[in-house]
Design a protein around this ligand. Structure first.
Ligand code: TYM
Length: 332
């Protein structure tokens, strides 16, 4: 059974529709015939300043949303990154085979650091993709279900795995990225030229999994569309409608062409109203289940501890192998 690994940052009070359609839906689907490991990446989250109390809450809430969306503990391992020290330990080793220039070329780092300025940008943000490579490589991962924005980080992971293997001998599996077709990149409903992101300046175009259903519906009904009234897919001329068509297609599993046909001659209003309903129907049970799970944090912590034990047992074997390969003396 192929090993699947993926993770999300607990850096907001809710996951958003991009996280869900770009990654989480795939995580759930992949459980049938793989060995999946899903992680709440708190070490990554602190590369941007977090309020400690909020972070603790967001870690549990992120795990709760994975479970509510359908991550099943009978089939998947679910844990919190900081509970397994091997992640930080392997990241250190990998950082010593990562080129400074290579890391400097990561577009997410360039984007984030240029917004923040040099003094606010931390070394942690710079080495973020190396830690991500460690997450993946520790488990002999075959495939990583993520959205399109993680493509470059996956390429770096593959390069580091290959480089380590050729320098020290076969140690790491070189993983593939699993990126969905329709929903690899979901855009902000108010600004269809920017991807949907938890750091959006306004929440009007950010669809949160934990929004009240009435808020979700309103965000769709007031989604920015283009002049014209034809529901037709055209990324350049009609970015707003195209984004909504991608969402519609991802939520229903129906091809875009079929949806265009259904709304031919009917205008934007009907289309947005139906889409609002479809998304609300999909998200409402996830929201309700998340709130239920959040009501019992001790139980969540217990489940996460079981996951951490399972993950740590596997990670330690790989870390030991790496330490042997690089020539560290085993502790006597
Ligand atoms: P993060 O927390 O930013 O996002 C989590 C997942 O959601 C996807 N995603 C999107 N997909 C489509 N449209 C969007 N607008 C959108 N926004 C986010 C992301 O591609 C991602 O799959 N670096 C990772 C976390 C990470 C990780 C890992 C992932 C750390 N270690 C190991 C995989 C394997 C990140 O920042 O995700």
């Amino acid at each position: 059974r192929p090993v699947i690994f993926s993770g999300m940052q607990p850096s907001a009070d809710s996951l958003h529709l991009g996280n869900y359609l770009g990654a989480l839906v795939n995580w759930v689907a992949l459980q049938d015939d793989s060995d999946p490991i899903y992680c709440v990446v708190d070490l990554h989250a602190i590369t941007v300043a977090q309020e400690p109390k909020a972070l603790r809450e967001n870690v549990r809430r992120t795990a709760a949303q994975y479970l509510a969306a359908g991550v099943d503990l009978e089939r998947s391992t679910l844990f919190v990154q900081s509970h397994v020290p091997a992640h930080a330990e392997l990241a250190w080793v990998l950082s010593t085979i990562t080129g400074f220039g290579e890391a400097s070329r990561m577009t997410q780092f360039k984007d984030k650091s240029s917004k923040q300025g040099a003094d606010a940008t931390t070394v942690g943000l710079f080495t973020y993709p190396v830690l991500m490579a460690a997450d993946i490589l520790l488990y002999g991962t075959d495939a990583v279900p993520v959205g399109d924005d993680q493509r470059q980080h996956l390429e770096l992971t593959r390069d580091l795995a290959t480089r380590f293997n050729s320098r020290y001998g076969q140690t790491f599996t070189v993983p593939e990225a699993l990126i969905p077709k329709a929903s690899a990149r979901i855009y902000d409903l108010q600004d269809p030229s920017s991807k949907m992101s938890k750091s959006a300046t306004s929440e009007a175009g950010l669809v949160k999994l934990l929004d009240d259903p009435s808020v979700t519906a309103k965000k769709f009904k007031s989604a920015m569309t283009d002049t014209g009234r034809e529901v037709r897919y055209d990324r350049d001329e009609k970015p707003g409608i195209s984004n909504l068509l991608d969402i519609y297609s991802a939520v229903t599993g129906r091809p875009v062409a079929e949806i265009e046909g259904e709304y031919a001659g009917r205008g934007y209003g009907d289309f947005k109203k139906d889409l609002a309903e479809l998304v609300v129907d999909r998200l409402a049970p996830i929201r309700a289940r998340t709130l239920e799970l959040m009501a019992d944090p001790a139980e969540l912590d217990r489940l996460l501890a079981i996951g951490a034990d399972k993950a740590a047992a596997r990670a330690e074997v790989k870390l030991r192998e790496v330490y042997d390969r690089v020539g560290f003396v085993r502790r006597g």
